[in-house]
Each structure stands twice: as C-alpha cells, then as structure tokens.
Design a protein around this ligand. Sequence first.
Ligand code: H79
Length: 438
Amino acid sequence: MHQLFKLLKIVNITICIAVISMNAFAEWQGDLQYKPPKENLEAREWFQDAKFGLFVHWGIYSILARQEWVMNNEKIPVQEYEKLAPQFNPVKFDPDEWCRMVKDAGMHYITITSKHHDGFAIFDSEVSDYDIVDRTPYGRDVLKMLADACERHGLKLYFYHSQLDWHHPDYFPRGRTGNYDSGRPEYGDWVKYLDYMNGQIKELCTNYGKIGGIWFDGMWDKPETDWYLATTYRLIHDLQPQAMIGSNHHRAPFKGEDFQMFEKGLPGKDPYNKEGTVSALPLETCETMNDHWGYHKDDKNFKSVRELIHYLVKAAGNNANFLLNVGPKPDGTIQPEFKERLAEMGKWLRINGEAIYGTRGGPVPPQEWGISTQKNGIIYIHVLDISDNVIAIPDIKRVNEMTLLDGTRVEYEKTKSGITITLPEKGRDQYDTIIVVK
Ligand code: H79
C-alpha cells in the first residue's frame, strides 16, 4: 500500500511538472488561444485608416535634458535618480493644447510613455509610489488629464509601457542594460516584478476610459526570459477587447499581438530587427524628429519637413502607419522646432491627405522615385524624387484616366512592359506629386 502510494505520488508530480512546463512554454509564446473579437478587428481597421500619430516620450529624465536613457548611460544610482521626481513640475502642461497641435498636424492618435525604462510612472499608480502623484510637487495624473482631453478632441490614446525596468529591485536577474552599480540588491523575485508590471497594466486598462492599446518596449533586454506574455496579453484583452497590443521586441509578432511596429525604419528595415519579418498585422513605424526620443537640449539635428513628409508617404506606401515622436520639456511645453514641423505636415495633409488616410499599400511596389497607395479602387502614385519628367510603372489593369489631385490631366502611354507617365509641368507638389489613377 505504502509502495503504491509512493508510486502514485511520483506519477502525480511528473504530470504536474509536465503540465507546468507546457503551460510555461505556451505562456512564453504569447496567447496561443487568442482570436481577435469584432471590436478588435474594427480597431485595427481604424488604426490603419488613421495612418499618422504622435509619439510622446516624457518623464523625469526630461529634467536632465539628455534623453530618456540618461539613467543607464550615465550610470546614475537609483537613489540619486529618484531625486529628479521632486523637481518634476510641469505647470505649463496643457493637454488641450497638445490635442489641438496633434489634430492640426493631421494626426489621429497619441502614444505616450506611461513608464519608460527608468521605471517612473507618469500616472497615478496604486501598486507603487514611484509615480507622478506620489513623488512630484505637481501631484496630478498627466495621463488622466491627457485621456480626458483626447476624449474631448476625438483622438485615440495608446500607452507605451516599458517591460524593462532599471529601478524596480525585482527586475532580476537583470538584462543587457542597467547593469551598473545602481544600488539595487543582487537578488530579486522575477514573478513579483511581473505581478507589479501587470498591476500597472491593469490600472492603465481600467482608469483611462477606452484606450487605443498598449505599446510594449524593452522585452529585448531579457530575450531568453519567460515574460509570461499570455498572462499579460489576456489581462489587456479581457479588460479592453478593442485595445491593440504591440511589442517592440524586434522579432516576428507573438500570438496575442494586434499590430507590429518597427523602430527607425520602414517595415522590414528596422535596424534592430535582424529577422526583417513583416507580418500580416497592421504595421507602424516610429521615428524621432531629431536624434533622440526624450527631450535633449543640445540636439538640433532636426529632420526637414520634406524628410518627414517623405517618411509618412513611404510608410503609407509600405502599408504602415507613421508614429512621429516629440520629447516635451519638463515644464510640459513642446519646443517650437517640433511644433513648426508638425504644423507644416498638417498643412500638406489638408491638401493631400486624400491619398494617405484610409489607404493601404498600393499595387506598384516601392520604387526609387516613390510609392503607391490605394483606396476604393483608386490608385495613388506618389512621386517623391525624379530626375526627369517621365516615370515607368508596371502594368496596372483597367486604367481609364490619370490626373493630379486637382484634376489636371496626366499623359500616359501603355508600353510592352507597363505604363510610362509624363508628369505635367504645372501643378506639381514640392514634396510629393500625386497621380490619381482611376
Ligand atoms: O523608447 C525609445 C527608446 O528609448 C527605446 N525604444 C524607442 C521607441 C530604445 N531602446 N533601445 N533602443 C531604443 C535602441 C537600443 C538598442 C540596444 Fe540592443 C539595446 C542595443 C543594445 C541593447 C536591442 C537589444 C537592440 C540590440 C540588442
């Protein structure tokens, strides 16, 4: 009897271990059971139609004005870095003004850092006191203020959330970054960290109305670690089925993700993504307006309006959204160089937006001179750079007419290998001459 009992116990333990490790394996791969519901599929369509959003990197690092990686780059101990919080007082933060700027730029959504790698939350968190309400003289939840403003202005709000954390003691074992003597103990409980992270995710999915989604970053810091993705992804989708999950892990998307993003490169050209996979999910590429994400006072290397418009157009031609970044100052204002560029893009979009919004990548694959988009049976050929007046495209079926956006007729000729188009002298756009093919 005793022997039998012992045997049963061993069998039981073996089964338990097998089940646990199978679950852990599944968890690692994301939410394998996930089937996006109707509201999520609709949100994906909305997202792809929206095309253009504002990325915001804002936190207590803004005070030092040397970008969001300053804590790691300058090896600042946790205790020292924490002293920034009592200096964070963005009295000039005006969420309505931000929203007006965003809409005027022709953008439809905002993605803002709720917590970056430094671990400081710019929202009111109950699972931590390392946040804007508990630690700063400002004492207000800027995400709530922004969420309310977005609601008023008809903008969608997404939260960037860093899975990587240079501050939390339980972010252990540590990853590729934050590995200096930060004053944190050399031990920690990984599961406790994940509970903490999920606690904040739950808050973000509960206290800010309907959100657009969660934009994760930092998983690349510990690529071999089990992040129990299924738990986190299920939590979000259960609370907000329409919320779109994306993760900047620079790999092919995991199950449970609703969009795929690329950093500083068009789809497949993300310099950090060695695989180069472009999935069938909605796509987004993000880029800085100068050379940093978080506010950097000495960075004057601003991209021109031409470069920024070209990036937006190329993103659209590659079937992707463009998430363009600003790093606000610690007082809550946005520097004039950013605002001017956004305003110029908005001006251009008010005239040419028809060939961007609501489109998908067109049938003419990206060329040296430009890209194509399409919508409702109309093809838009975007000519960004040409050395002469003629471009050649592969044959597209059923061409009845070609014009510029203003109706000016465009001459074209069918050839053996496709169609040659002669651009008119008048009516060209200084950034992007758009040919409407009906
Ligand atoms: O939030 C912004 C940046 O702070 C963050 N993502 C954008 C959206 C960012 N984190 N890292 N980087 C940008 C680039 C640095 C990547 C590296 Fe690595 C981290 C180089 C080495 C460690 C990831 C892991 C890429 C290669 C290995």
